[in-house]
Design a protein around this ligand. Sequence first.
Ligand code: 5RP
Length: 271
Amino acid sequence: MDWGLKNRLSNIIKPQNNRALMLAVDHGYFLGPTEKLENPKNVIAPLLKYCDSLMVTRGVQRTSVPATTSTPMVLRVSGGSSIIGEDLSQEDITVSIQDAIRLNASALAMSIFVGSKYEYQTIVNLGKLVSEAEQYGIPVLAVTAVGKELGKDARYLSLACRVAAEQGAHIVKTYYCDNFEKVVESCPVPIIVAGGKKIPERDALQLTYNSIKGGAVGVDMGRNIWQSEHPVAMIRAVRAIVHGNLNVEQAFNLYKKLANENSKNKQKNKD
Ligand code: 5RP
């Protein structure tokens, strides 16, 4: 592995403990103004210092992330479909490598849709992106997309993750499932777990804990952080599991304490 590639990867997956906390705010690329992410600048500002990296589109990076940040950017470079379009799996690469370099991307992210109508296109795109990005020492994170028609069990996710790794992805983002260890065992590159739809805070902390225990390097969480009533308390609790080795009970207690302080401060400012 070239020095640049190693260096960029080590900014995302911390070498001291082989763990990663990625904050996902790229949802608008196909969902538009997702609930509570209507104004990305306001969402990102208080959370940026608590994540190891930010998963973002170029539009939001340019408009809503301060260029003075030292947080590494994981740049989503795929798109082409929207939630009201014909088929979400019809994605292409939408960002040039030159633009990714201008944006100082620490990694490029794209989705593959294994088992979908457009699986061929998205898998070939991944292979081509890896070949191009490696010329510049930029790692690629492959997202194994799931959907109504696509599975979310260990058999399907093992297949999707392995396909991504075989194409040369340096990190694979996937979903937690029963027998998650099997998915990790058969994937030769680090796995990071997506948060998924908003669930109660304690359950999202449990998901984080289980993912790490199951062998993931960390989580790439979005909605379960910024759709929480207390996003800063939530990201700090997630971080405490990923980097502080807290168990679920300890992390949930931390969340409640920070949320309580936050509510009190809000009330004080109102008075
Ligand atoms: C969408 C994505 C998101 O970044 C990913 O789903 C993580 O966000 P969340 O925790 O809200 O699921 O890749 O394709």
